[in-house]
Write a protein that binds this ligand. Structure first.
Ligand SMILES: [Ca+2]
Ligand SMILES: [Ca+2]
Length: 410
């Protein structure tokens, strides 16, 4: 029944977007304004979108009156946000702490028992997810930059959250990205489960020039989306299982630094990645496909200059569904499926760090047909986003005095 409602909602928006309908109160598409939310010139001069709407989609405006509440503050660079079944939030702080925060802002002491993290640069305690069988086993999962002999890399661990929430027990590392590298950048990493219990892990390519080509190397986890079972074993139907020289955990390749993932109601996997200066991407992240980096990219190098002669398309590589130039620096992402703001159902919500907002993308199937910037009045780097039980949207902000914020209809 929910799928039917979702489909009707999305197609109504898409239809009205396509014909410029100006329907009134009952029609959410009335809020499409036409002008894109981005008006600055792009960095990737001379580059064209591969199809209409791949960037700078028409601006949209939420009809419902919205208000935000700072529920908790004083968090140090919170990174990951996940809802526990009892309505409390798991929040990571990048320096290495995991806390439980109640819906009215009571912030617990750090949960004990997590392994050490390498918190230099972009590293530390990163995403957190509640396991698919939490009701039976109380297992939670987290990603982190793991200090290792010779450097560090992204790992994922799981552990049983004690009944009082004070500690994690029986901690196991279920995935270790390889190779280990001595650096402080592009660890990824976001976590999501699909309905069948597969775990997806997004990774970066470690940024430095010598590491970049590994995004195309199936013998390395760098620059890949990973798919494993909840216990860390490899699903037999992964796309590269049995291929000589390929790591079997790989789901897709050619990514730069992916920090957001969301599984759609139909099971499709969507990821959002930090791109070049002018090349942040939303991808429909499919098994076995190549998303191009570092051979194909929108935008330019951060230090200036083209990337691989500035080519934006090549046979055998996938186009992003959407890209931002200039970039927003995307953090976490979620589909909205809540009851509170019906006009958002089926939309993607993407945390924006650099541009300090929450991006709302209206989808028509696999295309973006509208974009809005939410939470612009908060003025903070938005790191992760999730939907609460009542349909309010919750975010954490990446600041030294980071906040847990609730965005709701008035
Ligand atoms: Ca997350
Ligand atoms: Ca790409």
């Amino acid at each position: 029944m929910r799928f039917l409602v979702l489909a009707v909602s999305v197609s109504a928006v898409a239809l009205a977007a396509a014909c410029g309908s100006a329907g009134q109160e009952q029609n959410p598409a009335a809020a499409i304004t036409g002008d894109p939310v981005e008006s600055r010139p792009p960095n990737g001069t001379g580059q064209d979108a591969a199809f209409p709407g791949q960037t700078r989609a028409p601006g949209v405006r939420t009809e419902a009156a919205l208000t935000h509440t700072v529920v908790a503050s004083g968090l140090v660079e919170p990174w990951g946000l996940a809802l526990l079944p009892d309505g409390r939030w798991l929040v990571t702080e990048r320096p290495g702490r995991l806390r439980i925060i109640t819906a009215d802002g009571v912030t617990g002491e750090p949960v004990a028992g997590l392994p050490a993290v390498d918190a230099r640069g972009q590293g530390g305690l990163l995403d957190v997810a509640v396991g698919p069988t939490f009701a039976q086993d109380r297992l939670i999962y987290w990603s982190y930059s793991e200090p290792r002999e010779g450097g560090n890399a992204t790992s994922v661990a799981r552990g049983r959250l004690s009944g009082d929430g004070a500690r994690v027990e029986t901690v196991q590392v279920i995935f270790r990205a390889l190779p280990t590298y001595d650096g402080t950048l592009h660890f990824g990493s976001s976590l999501a489960f699909d309905d069948a219990g597969h775990q997806f892990i997004t990774l970066g390519e470690r940024s430095d020039q010598p590491m970049r080509p590994q995004a195309q190397d199936l013998g390395s986890h760098m620059g890949k989306t990973i798919r494993i079972n909840a216990d860390g074993s490899v699903p037999r139907d992964n796309p590269f299982v049995g291929r000589e020289g390929a790591l079997p955990e790989i789901w897709s390749l050619g990514h730069r630094n992916v920090q957001g993932i969301a599984v759609a109601p139909n099971g499709d996997v969507w990821t959002v990645e930090h791109g070049t200066r002018g090349g942040d991407e939303v991808n429909l992240d499919r098994a076995g496909l190549n998303y191009g980096w570092p051979e194909v990219a929108y935008g330019v190098e951060y230090r200036g200059g083209p990337i691989n002669q500035g080519i934006t398309a090549r046979e055998g590589t996938e186009q992003p569904v959407y890209y931002w130039d200039p970039v927003i620096a995307p953090g976490g992402m979620t589909f909205y499926d809540g009851a509170m703001v019906p006009e958002w159902r089926g939309n993607l919500l993407v945390a924006g760090l650099k541009e300090k907002h929450l991006a709302r993308l209206v989808l028509d199937g696999n295309r973006v047909v509208g974009e809005e910037r939410l939470l612009t009045d908060l003025g903070e780097r938005v790191r992760d986003v999730a939907v609460g039980p009542d349909g309010a949207v919750w975010v954490v902000t990446d600041e030294q005095n980071g906040k847990l914020v609730r965005l709701a209809a008035q």
